[in-house]
Design a protein around this ligand. Structure first.
Ligand code: NDP
Length: 444
């Protein structure tokens, strides 16, 4: 049995119930076969894959807090410090009722390769809680964040582990978390990214994941002889990533026509009204029904369904496993030419395979959504130097990083005879840097 199969079997036996984690590991290790098989004896002797797939450390804790009625609530807290071979652990915190250890491990594992692809010195980690900020008062969110940080602060630091936002964790939550870290540690340092601009945040961090997604998509299309201008774009989600993907798509002359949240979705044939969407989602924290109410030409549908709208480009930007084989079939049948993931692992493995077989250009999230963490690393640099760069400086660096990522994954796919398979290219390019660093650092 090959080394890859042996490790996959061991992991399935031990972690079979962690569905999302196993899905991510299987996708990565399967596409690394070409590299691993070449170095089978060495990697196996060094137990490199076992060390890559087992986090360096997982911190699990309870988070007690008091709600507005005086009732004590208890949530689960997680921080998985997966791999520090190329830099301090870096990866967001997710607050969503679905969060469990398997989801945090899948996100942390993906983060190792994504962070490596940015070319910046950051290792992989992820954390979060099953706390749901939706419908909570500001005071309740603050109480939760303070309790969460009261445990987490012992394990993080500007040179050890630097969390950021993710689903359910935006500027408000990062502010409360930062305040509590500073209070407990007595140190003012860049321990979190995605901070407010008044206290060490970076310009363009809020926009970075969505903008970066479009920079990479534009480059991928360009290298395949296609201009993004005038293309119809279907987007899922209406959070941080989706909003700024829509904004950059509009700036590049494309036409985004959909967005969604967990209750329903919008089809606006005239093109999404960005100001209205921002007002509803960023200011009012309201539902998309309000969008349709304010825009007579737009349709609101309950449930999921954006992938049935004919488009040239599809950008899944909500959450994991939101684009299934039947969606992939509709996209391909309707003439979609490119899918680039803004979310982490939004496309199932079967749907990814189908799209690739149909010749749809497909870029995996660990490459196409890496602009967020890359800009977080730029925020860390600015914090260390105690300076702030202009919006243009950060945006230019982001664009350069995304273009480099695309060319790195493209070259890796060609080098291993898998031209156009950007999933394999991303996994291989991300892996090699981390694997070489791990080898150099001995058995740790
Ligand atoms: P937000 O919380 O800002 O927005 C998430 C959006 O997705 C909301 O519209 C939300 O709807 C929807 N959504 C979340 N969970 C579900 C679900 N289970 N079913 C249907 N819809 C859902 O998160 P972000 O925009 O920050 O993150 C989106 C994705 O991008 C995630 O996969 C995240 O890991 C990834 N990502 C984020 C980065 C960042 O910088 N923020 C960086 C790299 C990746 P509702 O409001 O109704 O819940």
């Amino acid at each position: 049995m090959s080394y890859v199969d042996r490790v996959l079997n061991q992991l399935r036996e031990r972690h079979g119930e962690q569905k999302e984690f196993m899905q991510a590991v299987e996708e990565v290790l399967e596409s690394l076969r070409v590299v691993i098989d070449e170095n089978e004896e060495e990697y196996s002797r060094l137990a490199l894959l076992e060390r890559l797939c087992i986090p360096e450390r997982s911190v699990l804790f309870r988070v007690p807090w008091i709600d507005d009625k005086g009732q004590v609530q208890v949530n689960y807290g997680y921080r998985v410090q997966f791999n520090s071979a190329i830099g301090p652990y870096k990866g967001g915190l997710r607050f969503h009722p679905s969060v469990n250890l398997g989801i945090i491990k899948f996100l942390g594992f993906e983060q190792i390769f994504k962070n490596s692809l940015t070319g910046l010195p950051i290792g992989g980690g992820k954390g979060g809680s099953n706390f749901d900020p939706k419908g909570k008062s500001d005071r309740e969110v603050m109480a939760f964040c303070q309790s969460f940080m009261t445990e987490l602060w012992k394990h993080i630091g500007a040179d050890t582990d630097v969390p950021a936002g993710d689903i359910g964790v935006g500027a408000r939550e990062i502010g409360y978390l930062f305040g509590q870290y500073k209070r407990l540690s007595g140190v003012y340092e860049g321990v979190l990214t995605g901070k407010g601009l008044e206290f060490g945040g970076s310009l363009a961090r809020k926009e970075a994941t969505g903008y970066g997604l479009l920079y990479l998509t534009e480059e991928m299309l360009k290298c395949n002889g296609i201009d993004i201008e005038g293309k119809t774009v279907v987007v899922s989600g209406s959070g941080n990533v989706a909003i700024y993907a829509i904004e950059k798509a509009l700036q590049l002359g494309a036409k985004p026509v959909t967005c969604s949240d967990s209750a329903g979705w919008i089809y606006d044939p005239e093109g999404i009204d960005l100001d209205l969407l921002k007002e509803i989602k960023e200011e009012k924290r309201a539902r998309l029904t309000e969008y349709a109410a304010a825009r007579p030409g737009a349709q609101y549908h309950e449930g999921r369904g954006v992938w049935q709208i004919p488009c040239d480009i599809a950008l899944p930007c909500a959450t994991q496993n939101e684009l299934f084989p039947e969606d992939a079939e509709m996209l391909a049948a309707n003439g979609c030419i490119a899918v680039a993931e803004g979310a982490n692992m939004p496309t199932t493995r079967e749907a990814t395979k189908y799209l690739q077989e149909k010749g749809v250009l497909f870029c995996p999230g660990k490459a196409s959504n890496a602009g967020g963490v890359a800009t977080s690393a730029l925020e860390m640099s600015q914090n260390s130097e105690r300076i702030s760069w202009s919006f243009e400086d950060v945006d230019n660096k982001l664009r350069e990083i995304m273009i480099n990522i695309f060319h790195n994954i493209d070259e890796a796919s060609k080098k291993y005879g898998l031209e156009g398979d950007y999933v394999a290219g991303a996994n291989i390019a991300g892996f090699l840097k981390v694997a070489n660093a791990m080898k150099s650092q001995g058995v740790v």
